[in-house]
Design a protein around this ligand. Structure first.
Ligand SMILES: [Zn+2]
Ligand SMILES: [Zn+2]
Length: 755
């Protein structure tokens, strides 16, 4: 139908008279932004991207982020709703952070609104101001008269408060200090109309800026050249991989690079994999700079998190130290990013919908900001080693232990044909006895918590199953419970078989059981156990360390927890009880994880002046992975492992994305993934994306977890841009599939685990 030119002219009002259309991202799973008109009466000409705006959404209100301003909307003007109010006078995301979050939304295929709002602390997401407000209380005219008249006569506390306020307004803090339960009295006085509150903006409490760094220990030649390399790159993007064996002094390099960054007036962001590692680094930085860094981690209260965020935003935080989500901290003057223990899987978010890698995002952020980024590890990820080989990271190396301590000696204990006592070989028991007698401390590593991993009936073969998973329940003797480590289900420990009534017994070994055995075998040696059941908070951890550092405890039994960064200078012997768990896993990363754990735990031995000894108990002494590790160390292992990844087409030689689905039964999950695969095949053909391949669907190796059935479809490509192009088209289509309504699903780009 031909249109008259006049039609368009008459329906479109003159743009000059038109109000701007605000494009607002909201915390919804919808992949779009929403159009609003400015709040009533707000006629500003300049709108800054990155400010928060309160808008009506359905019947509720939401806080959104202004991501763009347009001259017109696809909706007719009379269908547009008005925003309710503007929260920020200045953006709470600077342009660079906003771009990073846009990038992350695209790369991880996660809705922009979720990503943007998710980067804010909970209270800021709900609209808390970007600066602290101080509430001030003062008397009203009535209140002043009442104070003169000595009222309220029958409420002495209110009277006293009114008198004080009549002689001058007070902040909430001052009232709190002056009166116990000041709120009750203030409420009454306000009800009587005697006092009123008002708010003004003020600064959150913040310490002084960092002082000039104090001198540290003298640097080794290698530390010196690492520091020089990083400092020479300040002000431009360059990524460094600092390989430092355990105890070689990586932290000193971080501290010196941080000092140089602060001298240039810039901020430093330090990422660590877990909360447990923050106190010791916080202390090192605090000692060096005279001020504690601003910290970000999951154990903060909402208010603490808000305060930390405000300090970052205002630029008053000069050193910011935190776990994964700290990668989104606002840093108006960022100058350096440090990622400690870069190989640690905790940097990848593995739950929820937005499965980002903080390490990878930190690299992107540094690149966009034009600042250096320093990755540190004793056992770098194969990805990072590959990036060094490809010339993307500059390698820095600290090959020697500080103070010239000798590296530990590794030995394999062949368990085959041996009579074991409490799962310990004769040679192991002999070594423990010898080291304890020589006043050393002994660390026993077993990556399995609980008492025993299985409860079995020897009469009928019944094995205590989790009723919600394809898994067995773990025995926890401490509180006589059976627990599933996959879904958290638990029930009382059984003593008789529910099937035949025969007595059941624990099979296999967990940290509780080895603790019991060691106490029985070495009653004179006080023991500390470090695992998630024993250490529930920072205080437990601090107490355990205190017992180890004082030398009071002689034996240490622990899980993965002991492999992470802590220094146990008195440990001279490390025993790895069951290395075999990781040797035959179907996950392509299992060997890398095992090698990292072994090298990390071995690094705990002999960090003082005494050389250490490491014993690895195994039933598979000839396993190639153990052999390469023993002969060639972590480097040798990594070379072989990378070659294997290359020939088997695994990352980092290809890029992966996993579409994971779950449902109360298996068929809907498989049907959905099959429909997703068919859709993908059509996109591949239409767009010539032949390099992208779709593998599956297949049920997960543990298909039933927490009473749902899990399956996955793997998308693979040698080319990252191709994979990205494919996903951008595929994911919205997948979401719209009718089969999608019957399942829960999530896309995991660069998944750590492929099951
Ligand atoms: Zn039985
Ligand atoms: Zn379970």
């Amino acid at each position: 139908v031909a249109r008259h030119a006049d039609d368009t002219a008459s329906t479109a009002p003159n743009p000059a008279h038109r109000e701007p259309v605000l494009k607002v991202a909201l915390d919804t799973p919808l992949r779009r932004v929403f159009d609003y008109l400015p709040p009533a009466g707000d006629a500003r000409h300049e709108w800054s991207r990155g400010i928060r705006i309160r808008v009506p959404f359905g019947r509720r209100q939401q806080v959104g982020v202004l991501v763009d301003v347009a001259r017109q909307s696809e909706l007719p003007q009379d269908k547009l709703r008005r925003a309710l109010g503007v929260i920020d006078e200045r953006p709470v995301y600077d342009a660079a952070l906003l771009e990073l979050l846009h990038w992350a939304s695209d790369y991880y295929q996660h809705p922009l609104g979720n990503v943007l709002l998710g980067a804010l602390p909970t209270l800021a997401r709900a609209g808390a101001a970007d600066q602290a407000t101080i509430t001030q209380w003062a008397v009203t005219a009535d209140g002043a008269a009442a104070a003169v008249a000595g009222e309220p006569r029958r409420a002495p506390r209110q009277r006293e408060m009114l008198q004080r306020l009549a002689s001058g307004a007070m902040d909430e803090d001052e009232l709190r200090d002056a009166f116990a339960d000041w709120r009750g009295a203030a409420r009454e006085l306000m009800r009587r109309g005697f006092i009123a509150s008002s708010e003004r903006s003020g600064a959150d409490p913040a310490g002084p800026p960092p002082a000039e760094a104090r001198a540290g220990p003298p640097l080794s030649a290698e530390q010196q050249s690492a520091v020089q390399a990083v400092c020479a790159a300040l002000g431009e993007y360059r990524s460094f991989l600092l390989r430092g064996i355990t105890g070689s002094g990586k932290t000193e390099v971080y501290l010196h690079a941080a000092a140089a960054t602060l001298r240039r007036g810039r901020q430093v962001l330090v990422l660590v994999p877990e909360i447990a590692l923050t106190p010791q680094l916080v202390e090192r930085f605090a000692q060096r700079f005279g001020v504690a860094p601003v910290v970000f981690h999951s154990a903060l209260t909402d208010t603490q998190r808000l305060i930390a965020w405000r300090q970052c935003l205002s630029g008053r935080a000069r050193i910011v130290l935190g776990t994964r989500s700290a990668v989104f901290a606002p840093l108006p003057a960022a100058g350096l990013i440090v990622i400690d223990e870069e190989h640690d899987p905790s940097f990848k978010q593995q739950q929820g919908g937005f499965r980002y890698s903080a390490r990878d995002l930190a690299l992107v952020r540094a690149h966009r900001l034009g600042i250096p980024v320093l990755l540190g590890s004793a056992t770098p990820s194969l990805e990072s080693l590959h990036n060094v080989a490809a010339g993307r990271h500059v390698a820095l190396s600290l090959p020697r232990r500080a103070g010239g301590a000798e590296p530990p000696i590794l030995r394999i204990i062949d368990l085959r044909g041996q009579t074991l006592r409490n799962r310990l070989a004769g040679a192991t028991i002999e070594a423990i006895t010898r080291h304890l007698a020589a006043d050393g401390q002994v660390l026993v590593y077993l990556n399995r918590r609980g008492y025993a991993p299985t409860l079995v009936c020897s009469a009928c073969g019944w094995i205590a199953p989790c009723t919600q998973c394809d898994a067995r329940m773990t025995i926890h003797r401490a509180d006589d419970r059976l627990r599933c480590h996959h879904c958290g289900a638990e029930r009382p420990l059984l003593h008789q078989c529910p099937q035949c009534g025969y007595a059941v017994k624990p099979v296999g070994q967990g940290t509780e059981r080895i603790e019991e055995a060691l106490i029985e075998m070495f009653p004179q040696a006080p023991l500390v156990r470090l695992d998630r059941d024993m250490v529930r908070n920072q205080e437990d951890l601090t107490n355990a360390y205190a017992r180890l550092h004082s030398g009071e405890a002689r034996l240490l039994v622990g899980t993965q927890m002991v492999t992470k960064g802590h220094d146990f200078p008195g440990v001279t012997l490390v025993v790895v009880l069951n290395a075999d768990q990781g040797l035959f896993s179907i996950d392509y990363r299992a060997a890398e994880r095992l090698a990292q754990s072994l090298v990390q735990v071995a690094g705990r031995a002999g960090r003082g002046q005494r050389p250490g000894e490491v014993l690895i108990q195994t039933e598979h002494p000839e396993h190639p992975m153990l052999q390469t590790l023993l002969r060639g160390g972590y480097d040798g292992f990594a070379r072989v492992a990378l070659e294997e990844r290359r020939s088997a087409n695994w990352p980092p030689f290809v890029r992966l994305a996993a579409l994971r689905a779950s449902a109360p039964t298996l068929p809907p999950a498989i049907d959905f993934l099959r429909a997703a695969r068919n859709l993908g095949a059509a996109i591949r053909r239409a767009d010539g994306l032949d390099a992208v391949s779709l593998n599956g669907p297949a049920p997960a190796s543990m298909a039933r977890r927490a009473d749902r059935y899990h399956a996955q479809l793997l998308v693979e490509s040698a080319s990252r841009p191709d994979l990205q192009r494919f996903l951008a088209q595929w994911v919205p289509g997948v979401e719209a599939l009718p089969e999608a309504r019957r399942v829960r699903f999530v896309l995991d780009v660069d998944p750590l685990e492929v099951f």
